[in-house]
Write a protein that binds this ligand. Structure first.
Ligand code: PHE
Length: 337
């Protein structure tokens, strides 16, 4: 009986089979229980011998079952571990990492430079009122200079802003005519232009405005010079040419020198060696007055530049449409590692 039981224990292939063996040999209806139960019928001399024997056998079988069970569990655990092993030496799948758009990078660079000079960053709505886009900037209805900026009108009084200059009027308007203003405003602007290499019906501008007591044209010039050198390099010169904007008086356009140097020496880029990069001027007294400032007490300067143009100059991009067609091969060239 013992040998037979031990053989079956050994043969059991899983915990369930082992359990069956336990019930068959050690259970209430098993042969050993039966022997122990029949002890009463045995003689006095036989009892301890048979009892001892039965108990020994039971213990042997129980031990064998216990041992086998541990072994089975160990095997099961090992199998599970093997199945769940991760090979950490396998090469990983590369994760595709994006990066900021070239325009975003340029705008952030411009922002950083002006934050460094103490300017605040402001925002304004892209759907603007006729009042802020034109009238508050000294461009009353019917003013011929409105034609300089062909507009997308939504209603008679609402349009997509044609420049970021309305944020000048909005920012000054909030200050109650008393506090100084020193802000820049980056944002999208819209004009009814036919798209080509240098025109786009939507592009970006960064507006700048400084209003305080005793602000002079020389302050504007000094600040723009600093900006140009930081943005394009110390070797750059700036040049201001007289121009016209209804909201500034006097008005200027700023050129930067475009000397290009390489290992073989320096050459002037194209044409005159100067490239226009922004419009600026002293804030027109009418604009100050409409925003609640006393032009006798306060003066200011304003400027507006196009980040696309700046990016095109800085990186030699030859077509403004590259910024919007979003060809990943173009954009990727400007992702910093
Ligand atoms: N708003 C002008 C434009 O879009 C640029 C400008 C801004 C000029 C501020 C002077 C002062 O062309």
């Amino acid at each position: 009986l013992q040998t037979e039981a031990l053989n079956q224990v050994e043969a059991a292939e899983d915990v369930k089979a082992l359990q069956d063996v336990r019930v068959a040999y050690l259970g209430k209806k098993g042969p050993i229980t039966e022997v122990l139960r029949g002890m009463g019928k045995l003689s006095k001399e036989e009892r301890p011998v048979i009892g001892q024997l039965a108990n020994d056998i039971r213990e042997d079988i129980a031990n064998a079952i216990q041992e086998k069970q541990e072994k089975l569990e160990e095997v099961a655990l090992e199998k599970q571990l093997e199945e769940e092993t991760i090979d950490v030496t396998l090469p990983g799948r590369p994760v595709k990492v994006g990066g900021p758009h070239l325009l975003t990078s340029i705008v952030e660079e411009i922002e950083d430079l002006f934050i460094g000079m103490g300017f605040e960053i402001k925002e304004g709505p892209e759907v603007e009122t006729d009042y802020y886009n034109f009238e508050a900037l000294n461009l009353p209805k019917g003013h011929p200079a409105r034609d300089m900026q062909d507009s997308f009108y939504i209603t008679e009084e609402l349009l997509l802003r044609t420049h970021t200059s309305p944020v000048q009027a909005r920012t000054m308007g909030k200050k109650d005519g008393k506090e100084p203003v020193k802000m820049i405003c980056p944002g999208k602007v819209y004009r009814r232009d036919t798209d080509d290499a240098t025109h786009s019906h939507q592009f970006t501008q960064v507006e700048g405005l400084l209003v305080d007591k005793h602000v002079r044209m020389s302050d504007l010039k000094g600040m723009l010079d600093k900006f140009a050198k930081q943005m394009f390099g110390d070797e750059r010169e700036i040049r201001l040419r007289p121009s016209f904007f209804p909201f500034t008086e006097p008005s200027v356009e700023m050129d930067i020198s475009c000397k290009v140097c390489n290992g073989e020496g320096c050459s002037i880029c194209k044409g005159t060696g100067w490239i226009e990069i922004l419009g600026a001027g002293m804030v027109h007294p009418n604009v100050l007055e409409m925003a609640g400032y006393d032009p006798e007490e306060y003066s200011g300067f304003a400027f507006g530049m196009g980040p696309e143009r700046i990016a095109m100059l800085k990186y030699g991009v030859d077509d403004i449409r590259h910024f919007y067609t979003n060809d990943i091969r173009f954009l990727k060239q400007y992702h910093k590692a």
